[in-house]
Design a protein around this ligand. Structure first.
Ligand code: SAM
Length: 421
């Protein structure tokens, strides 16, 4: 790991035993998957030999949704299609346990400054990147740091801008989001690129009743986050308004499927005009709900096909990867592809807890648990109903057999003779 960078010097950060750069002043940062999971990740990252972004060894250690999210080789599919050959300085804000940092750090000629609010998660990111001298992991709320100006070629917010209001003093989530976009603009070069990966508020799966990922409740995003706790996703139209407010002249949208977390298909906005190609690629996609059981079955294919026909992929894609710049040629250079398909590793894990628990969140947790219990009950009732239907069908068959037997046929004839039928 790196011995320090312009960013760490500017903020007087020193390297601690965990390999993380820290000021010693950072306060508790309320974001966690839970101590047990962090302990499990720490022990995996301490024992495996292959820490790479494509590590089959790490893939083998996946046993639930958090381990999948932090360790899966599928995570880096988000960036694998990008041409980073001309990029030298990268800033990653909210790097979590270093899944994306690892991929960036493996690219030749790149120096990465990655920042994470939670000291424990930062130490896991440092473990993940321990053999990469070009990667520096620092801990603290990035809203409170100084950044070198006009410095980075690429600034990343992967799964972070939705939390803007959560870790900011601003009154609205949108004001907090503008701070994040301004930070990226200030710290990047004039022709630099900002990459944002985030769920789409009106993504198809959310319209079809999947849980909003951060609250664990369906339709809360569709309903416009009436009681936002500082976490909010946006539609494409809402993003376009925020991007223009932030002063970015150019943008490109890339649509990751089933979502930006574990993408196996990346559709660049340029390919949307080719419905046949898009349909073929999308027909294999299965949207996932990371909180409860969810399966759209065959309808998912029909839904995407209709969405393609009405040219509305940008409205209903489950997630976005946005690329912003004031130099359009950089956007063309970095994302020069139309469709990229990756092999799918099939997992269907869900999370037990939201990643941050305050008192309000406990209420939400109870709601999620109640919903899971209800779902179990409904599924067992469905089984009972099916068994009863089978039983009724059997009885009906028996009756049919009996009434068709000779004795019954004769009796029925007699009845009809005497007008009893
Ligand atoms: C959903 S996780 C994504 C982690 C990582 N980018 C990845 O893709 O694996 C969001 C992360 O952003 C961090 N984060 C959000 N806001 C932050 C802030 N203001 N300062 C530092 N870290 C922040 C959280 O602590 C959390 O680890």
């Amino acid at each position: 790991m790196s011995s320090g960078t312009k960013f760490t010097e500017l903020n007087n950060l020193v390297k601690t035993n965990s390999g993380v750069f820290d000021s010693g002043l950072s306060k508790d940062f309320n974001y966690t998957d839970g101590a047990e999971i962090e302990q499990k990740l720490s022990s995996i990252l301490s024992t495996v030999k292959d820490l790479s972004s494509n590590s089959a060894e790490l893939d083998k250690n996946i046993s639930d949704w958090p381990t999948e999210y932090h360790l899966s080789s599928t995570r880096a599919n988000l960036l694998r299609g990008l041409d980073l050959s001309k990029i030298t300085r990268v800033l990653e804000l909210g790097c979590g346990c270093g899944s994306i940092s690892r991929y960036i750090g493996e690219q030749e000629g790149i120096q990465l400054d990655a920042i994470e609010g939670s000291a424990i998660r930062a130490s896991l990111a440092a473990k993940r990147c321990q053999d990469l001298p070009n990667v520096t992991i620092s801990t603290g709320n990035f809203n409170q740091f100084e950044f070198p100006e006009n410095y980075y070629d690429l600034v990343l917010y992967v799964g972070v801008t939705e939390y803007a209001g959560r870790f900011s003093e601003r009154e609205t989530d949108q004001e907090a989001l503008q701070d994040l976009l301004a930070l990226a603009k200030r710290s990047s070069k004039g022709d630099g690129v900002v990459l944002v990966a985030i769920e789409n508020r009106t993504g198809l799966k959310y319209m079809m009743g999947a849980s909003e990922d951060h609250y664990g409740i369906p339709y809360i995003g569709i309903d416009g986050y009436q009681n936002s706790t500082g976490i909010r996703t946006y539609t494409k139209e809402e993003w376009l308004a925020e991007i223009s407010k932030a002063g970015y002249k150019f943008n490109r949208f890339v649509y990751p499927f089933p979502d930006y977390k574990v993408p196996t298909l990346m559709l660049h906005e340029s390919c949307i005009a080719n419905p046949v190609k898009v349909k073929q690629a999308l027909n294999k996609i299965k949207s996932r709900d990371y909180c409860v059981d969810f399966d759209l079955g065959d309808s998912e294919k029909w839904l995407w096909n209709s969405i393609i026909e009405v040219e509305a992929i940008d409205k209903f894609s489950n997630s976005f990867m946005l690329l912003l710049s004031n130099d359009e040629s950089k956007l063309i250079e970095i994302a020069d592809f139309d469709v990229i398909e990756y092999q799918q590793i099939l997992h269907n894990y869900r999370k037990k807890n939201p990643s941050f628990l305050t008192e309000n969140d406990m209420q939400r947790q109870k709601f999620i648990e109640a919903r899971q219990r209800l779902e179990k009950r409904v599924s067992s009732l469905k089984k009972d109903l099916l068994a009863m239907q089978n039983h009724a069908d059997n009885l009906q068959n028996k009756i049919d057999l009996m009434t068709e037997s000779r004795g019954w046929t004769a009796l029925n004839r007699l009845r009809s003779l005497f007008g009893k039928n």
